[in-house]
Design a protein around this ligand. Sequence first.
Ligand SMILES: [Zn+2]
Length: 622
Amino acid sequence: MILFSFLLVANGQSQTMADQLPENYRKAYQAGTRSADGKPGPNYWINHASYNIDVEVMPANGSISGKATISYTNNSPDTLTQLVFRLYQDIYKKGNARQFPLGNSDLTDGVQISALTIDGKSYDVEANKVSRSVTNMTVQLLEPLLKNKTAEIKIEWNFKLPQKRFVRFGQYRPDHLFAAYWYPQIAVYDDIDGWDKNEYVGMVEFYNDHNDFDVNITVPGGFAVWGTGILQNPAEVLGTAKARLLEKAAGSDQIERIIEANDYQNLDKFTNFASSTWQFHADAVPDFAFAVSSISQWDATSVVVDSASGRRVLISAVYPPGQTHYDQVAGIAREAVQYMSFQWPGVAFPYPAATVFANSLKTGGMEFPMMANDGAPDDFADLQGLTYHEIFHNYFPFALGTNERKYAFMDEGWAHYFPTGFLAEVSPETIYFQRSIHNYAAFAGSENELPPMIPTYIFNDYTTQRMAAYTRPAVAYHLLRQELGDALFGSALREYMRRWQGKHPMPYDFFATFDDVAGQSLEWFWKPWFFDRGIPDLAVEAPDEHNVVSIRRLGSMPVPVYLQIDFTDGTSAIIEKKASVWKDGKHTVEVSVPSQKTIKSMVLGNEWIPDSKPDDNHWQMR
Ligand SMILES: [Zn+2]
């Protein structure tokens, strides 16, 4: 019991979330860019870029070359003396740092920049105004960018797509590729950190402003293109018959087979021209990705996501012939987008399209705005869950531009949790989330199990990152929903999404919005689940002579009590208490059962409640 008294002392001295508030957040509250009740402050600002890009893809050698004009507007109150560009493809550059080995086969010379001008002034990318570190290129501006001013950047570049080791994109087959992280992208300058200078070394994903894109993608004859946003010239590239079919799909629940496998031999528009240029437009998206293929089938349909306006979202599945279950993916994706819009989170899908591209790998998936680059798992429920997960990211971190480089739990936690309800409808036998609860409980308390609030870019270990970004926050969101009930949890979540759509919410904005809507401080929940180390562990003790049963909290994580009691007379009872029963830090909860009955056995907990040490969850009369 020495350990027990030690915990009491430690709890008594622990700091509050306010005590630990980092200095950059304190400054943001003072500057009025954010407010302590979780709303964007009166002085909130976010920078913006418009990208106009012409890009040519040569599948024969995997090369991509582009020319962009970028209009970047400084909405901050600061004068910017530098611009930071991300050249993600430099992760493949020889000699660069990476969180996982890539082997020699895909190593390149990185992104070649052949021209760079800013506001008409030419920059020598080899000279000292321009520096490249790992994947960042920092340009010291000859003329500073003043507040409320727009800089016009012109840049030309080229690189080669990876052919063997795929990290979120690549040329999967000679005739089938997914291009992502493919253009020089201006990093985020925000009110919390200024320039985001975290290098892309493999593990971290998105943090981008909500930008506009006009992208013209030129491919050789015989290839089709799918991209973020809406195709602007369908009749020109697909021919009028296919364009009409696509228009039909955009207005109906029917699945139309826009391109079938044998079309590639017959489609004049593809095959009779040396090349074709596919034009896409997208508004308010944090990134742009595209796929190129001369083998993929294309199924399309659409779904109403807002019953008031009748707005529809175009759903597409793009896959090589024979890809397991993929003839059903357009239907799965349509149901998923409907579920997201009307059930969880119950907010109309934020973009006009969602395309699932099957890359021809077995597992894994990667989200981009309106585009998912997915594997084809054999298990049908796994495919349903994967399809939901990657499309769901359009809410977080896309519509709500969370900083996944620092706080991956703010998007991956939700994307991991919300397929639970969808799968319960479409594949009721699956134990998807119970498995996650078990995995978290089994890993909790180990030395490399770390709290979600530790900045994601610090993690170097896959399991640690996975648990902190996906599993543990998903379990916490689930328990919070049990605590608040569906109605209150749903209104807090939707209010948070309403407040921060098109902006950059940070964890404190999320915590404070839930507190604000719930009308109570949930610090007793946030702190252990998001900031602290610890385990979930309850134990049941033998009933005393008055039939009082003590439930002991041996771990620091607050979890609900679920106790099943079987009596000697053959009857049974279930006693439930919310996680908030522990909120004042107590370590024992007493439960009274009718004194005339004799308890035969008790089981504490169930598969929806994590418990790292389940051995003390049973009691049996001797
Ligand atoms: Zn994800």
